[in-house]
Write a protein of this length. Structure first.
Length: 150
């Protein structure tokens, strides 16, 4: 599965928010500057994540974004689906332009078999895990297919 740069930025921004005190409201500028991300791109991504229900937008004097739930309650799957689209895990990872249920590619059956495991893996990685492991080398390797959370 290939994710776009927006997913990378969205995960970085969400991880930053998860590392702040609970309830912290941060501006896109503050998050973008802290993570060295393009501000306008991050703003677009945060709007998607707000519509998807993992971020809350605050207006007025205390404007910015905050996590909609605790980092322990937000998983990577819902963040990625909020950015890439709800069909992220149903799309073919090999030849998406020519593959569908009614016109499958040669590897469609293989992906269909592996897809539930990938979805489960992503649902088992919580934002809190990313925030805690952000600076730990090799932390991502603890999340193996079928292995669940550490």
């Amino acid at each position: 599965m290939k994710l776009n740069r927006e997913s990378e930025y969205g995960l970085a921004g969400m991880t930053y928010l998860a590392q702040q005190r609970p309830g912290t409201v941060a501006t896109v500028k503050a998050v973008a500057d802290a993570q060295t991300l393009p501000r306008m791109f991050l703003a677009k991504t945060f709007r998607k994540l707000t519509r998807h229900g993992v971020l809350r937008s605050h207006r007025g004097r205390q404007r910015g974004y905050a996590l909609a739930r605790t980092p322990q309650e937000i998983n990577v799957r819902e963040i990625l689906e909020g950015i890439e689209g709800r069909d992220l895990f149903t799309r073919c990872v090999f030849w998406s332009h020519a593959c569908a249920e009614d016109h499958p590619c040669l590897l469609h059956g293989t992906w269909k078999t592996v897809r539930p495991q990938v979805m489960e893996l992503m649902a088992g990685i919580m934002l809190a895990d990313l925030a805690r492991d952000r600076n730990e080398p090799g932390a991502a390797s603890r999340f193996a297919l079928g292995g669940g959370r550490p």
